[in-house]
Design a protein around this ligand. Structure first.
Ligand SMILES: *[C@@H]1O[C@H](CO)[C@@H](O)[C@H](O)[C@H]1NC(C)=O
Ligand SMILES: *[C@@H]1O[C@H](CO)[C@@H](O)[C@H](O)[C@H]1NC(C)=O
Ligand SMILES: *[C@@H]1O[C@H](CO)[C@@H](O)[C@H](O)[C@H]1NC(C)=O
Ligand SMILES: *[C@@H]1O[C@H](CO)[C@@H](O)[C@H](O)[C@H]1NC(C)=O
Ligand SMILES: *[C@@H]1O[C@H](CO)[C@@H](O)[C@H](O)[C@H]1NC(C)=O
Ligand SMILES: *[C@@H]1O[C@H](CO)[C@@H](O)[C@H](O)[C@H]1NC(C)=O
Ligand SMILES: *[C@@H]1O[C@H](CO)[C@@H](O)[C@H](O)[C@H]1NC(C)=O
Ligand SMILES: *[C@@H]1O[C@H](CO)[C@@H](O)[C@H](O)[C@H]1NC(C)=O
Ligand SMILES: *[C@@H]1O[C@H](CO)[C@@H](O)[C@H](O)[C@H]1NC(C)=O
Ligand SMILES: *[C@@H]1O[C@H](CO)[C@@H](O)[C@H](O)[C@H]1NC(C)=O
Ligand SMILES: *[C@@H]1O[C@H](CO)[C@@H](O)[C@H](O)[C@H]1NC(C)=O
Length: 805
């Protein structure tokens, strides 16, 4: 009677296929003069890859003409015509090719709200069609009159241009959507500036640049010491003198990695971050391979005016005290382009109408004007007397900000004290804030704070300068991507291995800082089973594996007696450290779900997309690391192989792992990627409940989370009560039910019944549905047999359990 998840998934995909073949409206390939498109009619590219028609983004009520990949279950829109002029009714609107070559979008029926303005010399000779590279072209017998590739929106596809045309003075840049429901251009842009690419805010402030790329060849595995883009560009300086860059078609690109991917796209996110996605042949899943800036708060004006960006918080954006989002609806959709506005406005004529709030532990806003005045009091008066002044600071000179304040970033509270500055608000607003904060300090204290802060900053500047002076030695680059470190440098970087971050099965991890101030994590491997050559070969394979949810290997060190691996340093530690009950930060449900999907994506990549399938074998919260943005990164992958050929022996002697091991580790059956799926399921229970599964086991099976969840899911009971009590029941119910079901499917006894990691990703994303999982048998054994229970219990930190092979 047990319905296997596989059957269920097969019937799902059959349904999908059926719905494609029966419900798809008749596709048009070419639009002829006088012909139009409306309602659910579509233009399809000859190879059936792309499709053009009306679409509705997210929960919006509005309709837009767009281009998307035809056969992906999740619509990925790559181009939009009427970005900021939606139509409300696609039935009465027409997308019409005129006989003179002009193509217009008319709503309702007559008024043109968007047009290409293309004209043909020969009347009634134009056609419009969608090509297989996603380019929508209007051409007549002799030339291309207009093409969507010359009017990019938020996506850059292989074959499309980016650049500056000296003749038309036109900049071809890409701009993000305002929010997931509104494709109008946001405040950011990605464009070519002569020989480098850059990201800009308001077409004026550069917040990221690629550097000079002339004459370079680009690969996604570029030297990691340099900031780079995993790239498929080649630069062409047009004979007419304009700089144009062409994204080379995948097939023409020499890198075999790129050739293996069906779809490639660059996209600028509404957050102002640039992302590079690839999709492997046959998979229906986008993999995020690269993103810059990594941290959202590093984007210029990332949260809009009068906001504060906190890299250790989700959501990132908040308003300064005394301010609130200008448009709450947009703000909730993570559209911060309008920023925050004053809760209470004030007339600036009288000096008593406004007052200052002290801002601490945050950075200065961007672009102050500086004046020379004697003291902080005069600086304050200067600000008070200037109607456009919104903030001031005194730092040996008087800094005055006028108009909107941008780029205020929260500093971490651990030791780093930011500069103090003063925010101008209505006097009545300050009273409210002070009274709610119980702040009754006298007016004079801020002077003291200001002076102290000044002294402190001076001191820190001296420190930084001294540090910079220290020798910066070039590191040997190895195989384009990995750095070969020598032991002396690593010893120095880690201050003689003094700051231990953790201890794992393969060795201890220490924090270090490279001469260029990049923090690193250095893993000292315990075992030397492999020779230097073989070790290097394996490390090279690992170094080539890059995914946003996998911990990046920066380099290594190997000599006769030592083996060390150098990784990116992850400021937020491991998932385990964040899940413990006394951690000051409580991850909300969104963050947890984001982490669960991220880990699944990373594992799916390891299992299916690498050259050799890699089974992680040791998935547990300690091996999931969190970057500044709380993106999960799977660590320690591939190490079992590095240590030696008999890695199963090493693995089964690992500590702290037993609670996550699949039954096949005990029965001696072959280990497949499904063993990781099992461990992932166990981990997912802990992410949901916020406690170790083993904690509940001490009080009997009733408190064992997997058992509780399995029971609740099977009986259709409310699972909200099983979520971490610290969330106070705040969780998205659909997501929670999906997570619970997936976790139960993952821990099925028979590996064939478990989903693949790829399917897990799809289920969590809501792209696939699954049925009710049966209760795994081992849970039933658990209730009966104490010996089995011990196998699933966490061993204490010092004991090592060795299983017989
Ligand atoms: C699928 O669509 C949903 C909702 O729009 C989105 O949240 C999710 O990220 C998408 N998945 C992929 C793989 O793009
Ligand atoms: C076409 O011309 C109209 C009016 O001259 C202009 O508003 C519109 O932006 C143009 N469309 C394009 C796609 O350039
Ligand atoms: C194209 O059509 C639009 C809307 O009718 C019009 O404003 C524009 O002038 C036309 N462009 C040309 C070149 O005919
Ligand atoms: C215009 O071209 C279309 C298709 O090519 C044709 O069916 C139609 O008769 C032509 N109209 C005129 C007035 O030439
Ligand atoms: C955006 O840039 C324009 C000029 O490039 C400038 O006039 C305008 O003030 C800028 N907007 C903001 C909010 O800074
Ligand atoms: C970029 O580098 C090339 C070759 O290294 C050099 O000739 C060129 O002047 C540089 N361009 C800029 C804008 O720095
Ligand atoms: C160079 O620019 C001219 C004018 O914009 C254009 O017609 C031509 O196709 C361009 N050549 C290349 C190789 O892009
Ligand atoms: C490309 O795919 C083929 C077939 O799946 C595989 O054998 C080859 O190793 C892949 N190449 C790379 C660089 O991933
Ligand atoms: C993947 O797809 C691309 C483009 O369709 C094709 O050129 C390539 O040969 C395919 N690779 C494999 C390994 O199937
Ligand atoms: C007021 O402050 C703004 C912003 O610093 C500055 O540009 C302007 O010149 C000041 N006005 C006067 C009258 O000082
Ligand atoms: C600022 O950071 C210090 C620690 O450096 C902390 O004691 C203080 O409470 C923080 N202040 C605010 C307002 O967060």
């Amino acid at each position: 009677m047990k319905t296997s998840i596989r059957n269920h998934l097969i019937s799902q995909s059959l349904l999908l296929l059926l719905s494609y073949t029966t419900c798809t409206p008749k596709a048009i390939e070419i639009l002829l003069p006088g012909q139009s498109l409306n309602g659910d009619q579509r233009i399809t590219s000859p190879g059936g890859i792309f499709e053009l028609g009306f679409f509705t983004p997210g929960n919006s009520q509005n309709h837009y003409i767009g281009i998307w990949y035809k056969n992906l279950p999740n619509q990925t829109v790559v181009w939009v015509a009427n970005r900021d002029q939606p139509v409300s009714d696609p039935i009465s609107s027409t997308f019409l090719l005129h006989k003179n070559g002009n193509l217009t979008l008319n709503s309702p029926s007559t008024v043109a709200i968007w047009s290409t303005n293309s004209t043909s010399q020969v009347r009634n000779s134009t056609i419009a069609m969608l090509l297989d590279d996603g380019n929508f072209v209007i051409r007549d017998a002799s030339a291309v009159l207009w093409q969507s590739f010359d009017h990019p929106t938020n996506t850059w596809l292989p074959g499309a241009r980016l650049g500056y045309n000296k003749l038309t003075k036109q900049i071809l840049s890409i701009t993000p959507w305002r929010n997931p429901q509104y494709p109008a251009p946001g405040p950011f842009s990605f464009e070519l500036e002569q020989t480098s690419l850059r990201l800009l805010w308001n077409s004026s402030e550069t917040y990221w640049t690629s550097g000079n790329w002339t004459g370079k060849t680009f690969s996604h595995l570029q030297d990691i010491e340099e900031k780079h883009v995993p790239s498929i560009f080649s630069f062409v300086v047009n004979e007419t003198g304009s700089y144009l860059s062409y994204a080379v078609r995948a097939s023409a690109y020499p890198d075999p990695f790129i050739r293996n991917h069906t779809f490639i796209r660059y996209m600028i996110e509404t957050t102002g971050q640039m992302k590079f996605f690839v999709m492997e042949n046959g998979s229906l899943q986008w993999n995020l391979l690269w993103m810059d800036p990594m941290e959202r708060c590093d984007v210029y004006a990332s949260c809009g005016a009068f906001s504060i960006c906190n890299p250790r918080n989700l959501p990132r954006c908040g308003c300064l005290k005394g301010f609130e989002p200008k448009f709450h609806k947009d703000w909730e959709l993570e559209d911060h382009s309008n920023g925050c506005g004053r809760k209470t406005s004030f007339h600036c004529s009288g000096e008593g109408n406004s007052a200052f709030l002290v801002m601490k532990n945050v950075t200065y806003p961007k672009s102050p004007d500086s004046l020379v005045v004697d003291n902080i009091d005069k600086c304050r008066l200067t600000c008070l007397r200037n109607c456009s002044c919104t903030a001031f600071a005194y730092d040996n000179q008087c800094l005055i900000w006028g108009g909107n304040l941008f780029n205020v970033k929260q500093l971490s509270s651990d030791g780093m004290i930011g500069k103090v500055w003063y925010l101008r608000v209505a006097a009545s607003e300050k009273e409210i804030i002070d009274s709610t904060a119980g702040n009754t300090k006298r007016k004079t204290t801020w002077i003291v704070i200001g002076v102290l802060a000044g002294i402190f900053t001076l001191f820190s500047i001296v420190l930084v300068v001294v540090r910079r002076r220290q020798s910066v030695r070039a590191l040997k680059s190895f195989e384009h991507s990995l750095v070969l470190f020598n032991y002396r440098d690593l010893k120095k970087a880690t201050e003689n291995f003094s700051e231990k971050l953790g201890e794992g099965a393969f060795g201890s991890v220490f924090k270090g800082i490279l001469p260029n101030s990049t923090p690193i994590a250095v893993k000292q491997l315990k075992s030397l089973l492999q020779g230097e050559k073989q070790f290097q070969a394996e490390v090279r394979t690992l170094g080539a594996i890059q995914h946003i949810n996998l911990l990046r290997l920066r380099g290594f060190c190997a000599d006769s007696t030592r083996r060390l691996l150098v990784y990116d340093y992850m400021p937020n530690g491991s998932l385990q450290s964040v899940l413990v009950q006394n951690h000051p930060l409580i991850l909300d449900w969104n963050a947890r779900y984001h982490i669960a999907i991220g880990i699944a994506r990373g594992l799916a990549y390891l299992h299916e997309d690498c050259r050799d399938c890699i089974i992680h074998c040791d998935i547990k919260p300690e091996n999931i690391l969190l970057d500044e943005e709380y993106n999960p990164k799977v660590g320690d992958f591939g190490l079992a192989k590095l240590i030696g050929r008999h890695h199963s022996r090493v693995l089964t002697s690992m500590r702290g792992t037993v609670g996550y091991l699949a039954p096949e580790w005990f029965t001696g059956e072959a280990i497949t990627p499904k063993a990781d799926v099992f461990s992932y399921g166990k981990l997912l229970f802990e992410v949901i409940s916020g406690r170790r599964n083993s904690e509940g086991l001490d009080d009997g099976l009733e408190n064992y989370t997997p058992n509780q969840v399995a029971n609740a899911v099977t009986k259709g009971q409310d699972v909200l009560t099983l979520v971490d009590y610290r969330l106070g029941g705040n969780a998205d119910k659909d997501e929670l039910i999906r997570a619970c079901k997936v976790a139960c499917w993952c821990i099925q006894d028979v590996e064939k019944d478990r989903p693949t990691m790829r399917q897990v990703v799809q289920i969590l994303e809501g792209a696939l549905d699954v049925g009710i999982p049966p209760i795994p048998q081992f849970l039933q054994y658990l209730s009966g047999s104490l010996t089995e229970a011990i196998n699933y219990r966490e061993p204490t930190s010092s004991s090592e359990i060795i299983f017989l092979s």
